[in-house]
Design a protein around this ligand. Sequence first.
Ligand SMILES: Cc1cc2nc3c(=O)[nH]c(=O)nc-3n(C[C@H](O)[C@H](O)[C@H](O)COP(=O)(O)OP(=O)(O)OC[C@H]3O[C@@H](n4cnc5c(N)ncnc54)[C@H](O)[C@@H]3O)c2cc1C
Length: 255
Amino acid sequence: MTRKDFADLKFVGSSWLSFFEECIIPSIQPKTIFNTPISDIDYSKDQIEVKSTNGSIFTANKIIITVPLKILQSGSIHFMPTLPSNKQNAINSITVWSGFKAFFKFSTKFYPAYLSFSNSSTRQGQIQYYDAAYAQNAPDNILGLFSTGQPAEVYQNLSGNAQRDYILNELDTVFGNNIASFNYIDHIVQNWNEEPYARGAYITPYEDGGQVEILGQSLNNKLYFAGDAYTTGNDWSSVHAAARSAKRAVDELVQ
Ligand SMILES: Cc1cc2nc3c(=O)[nH]c(=O)nc-3n(C[C@H](O)[C@H](O)[C@H](O)COP(=O)(O)OP(=O)(O)OC[C@H]3O[C@@H](n4cnc5c(N)ncnc54)[C@H](O)[C@@H]3O)c2cc1C
């Protein structure tokens, strides 16, 4: 093994989104229909009928379902016939963590690259602060807050100035001298539970892999499932798990 084998690769001035926009989207965009939420999937006949909330109807002999698990849990997509009980039970029983992110801009960088707590990663959830501008050659000092599960709900239960002040106070307690409050410039937050087409973060890492495997299984050579929730049950809840799952679903579909 050389040093290179252990190199920690980092997106600089870009992200996973840029990767998809550059390498994947151009080839599929002309065939993609946006802003068309699906509400009904009828797979009772040879031709599957998929309906959207705006009344469009699409037909196909096979489809791949890639919506977040929270969407299936909400019941906002109606299946005809209903999904088999083992699939529906897996959908209902699996825990998807809440998700919260914030980015705080400060006039000085008083924090380290990574700040964790004794409860930063537990069965209840995750919380960490990180230097979001780390190695980005960015002029601004941006501290990111990433939280999932129960810890995220503490922030989600607050809003506006109370939410901002809670986070500043958390940082002031760690770093002292009101340094966060004093150097605060601006911030933005994203509550993933309130994103209508996500409704949460991702499946907890402590989930039963056997149940996740059921989520990923295809049905009747017609319905295939791909995305970070629909895997072989060995790995889930990440961009790479979603990409691997998509490859598996397509391989299976074209067999
Ligand atoms: C706060 C947070 C931080 C994360 N950090 C990381 C990280 O650092 N590294 C990492 O690898 N992963 C991370 N993840 C996880 C990563 O974002 C997901 O694993 C990945 O986006 C899953 O991709 P996906 O295609 O399965 O689902 P999504 O990206 O959720 O895509 C699902 C798509 O389905 C669409 N949709 C929803 N409902 C309908 C409907 N009814 N009809 C039609 N379309 C619909 C949605 O609009 C969306 O476009 C993070 C997630 C969160 C929330």
